[in-house]
Design a protein around this ligand. Structure first.
Ligand code: ADP
Ligand code: ADP
Length: 225
């Protein structure tokens, strides 16, 4: 059963066609990866689902309802960015609380939810620190906690590990997968790294030049488990 359904997505920037009729479905709880070289349209696709960008043509449905008709801030979608996009002047806990405060959630509920999210990403001990005092891996954990704390319907991650060194990349990759499985949230993950896609995905969507070349499990695409 499709949970997210993208159909005939086309995005033109003037003479450039960033997405050339892309269709795919993501199941509930599935870890779905968009894999392809720089410029193939991965970020454009993610931004269109999140609402930061508008498709020229096409339809997107989430849980049976038209998603494109919903204003971006009401889509209930969590997003994790390559450059963390956290607020430098706010503490770790304040960064994670930001989305809940914006939604006017009660203070006691915010406290509990933030504590829970920080425990999930193993940042509880650092909750009162400023981000600059933290490593890149810890800063990205803030980004993950901030995206999850609002209990979104869908989690979008745009190259979340690209700015980390090799060791951290492996550690955080496993953690992201564990968290996603534990929570059971549907996730779309963007990467240009084939090895990463193989290790983390339920299914991989291979893209090139704004089109889908292939969709399948790592086993189906690369003959690996
Ligand atoms: P990827 O995320 O796979 O690197 P993008 O989605 O960023 O690819 O870009 C797909 C294509 O669309 C590229 O040719 C890129 O230059 C172009 N593009 C992306 N954003 C814009 C924009 N705001 N204006 C014009 N062209 C854009
Ligand atoms: P990413 O590193 O995520 O692929 P880019 O560096 O390609 O992002 O793009 C950063 C920003 O510039 C995005 O908002 C994207 O839409 C915009 N952009 C990308 N390519 C172009 C382009 N050819 N012309 C204008 N804007 C672009």
């Amino acid at each position: 059963m499709a949970y997210l359904n993208v159909e005939g997505a086309i995005k033109r920037y003037g003479a450039t066609t960033a997405l050339n009729g892309v269709s795919f479905s993501v199941a509930k709880g599935e870890f779905f990866t968009l894999l392809g070289p720089s410029g193939c349209g991965k970020t454009t696709l993610l931004r269109s689902i999140a609402g930061f960008s508008q498709l020229s043509e096409g339809r997107v449905a989430l849980d049976g309802a038209d998603l494109l008709a919903v204003p971006p801030h009401k889509r209930d979608i969590g997003m994790v960015f390559q450059d963390y996009a956290i607020f430098p002047h706010l503490t770790v806990a304040e960064n994670v609380a930001f989305g809940l405060k914006a939604r006017k959630v009660a203070t006691s509920v915010i406290r509990d939810r933030v504590a829970e999210a920080l425990a999930t990403v193993r940042l509880s001990a650092l909750s009162e620190r400023l981000p600059a005092a933290l490593s890149g891996g810890q800063q990205q954990r803030i980004g993950i906690a901030r995206a999850m704390v609002v209990k979104p319907r869908l989690l979008l991650m745009d190259e979340p590990l690209s700015n980390l060194d090799a060791k951290l990349r492996l550690d955080l990759r496993d953690e992201i997968r564990d968290i996603q499985r534990t929570i059971g949230i549907a996730a779309i993950y963007v990467t240009h790294d084939q090895e990463e896609a193989l290790a983390i995905s339920d299914r991989i969507c291979v893209m090139d030049g704004g089109s889908i070349e292939q969709i399948g499990t790592p086993q189906q695409i690369y003959g690996q488990p």
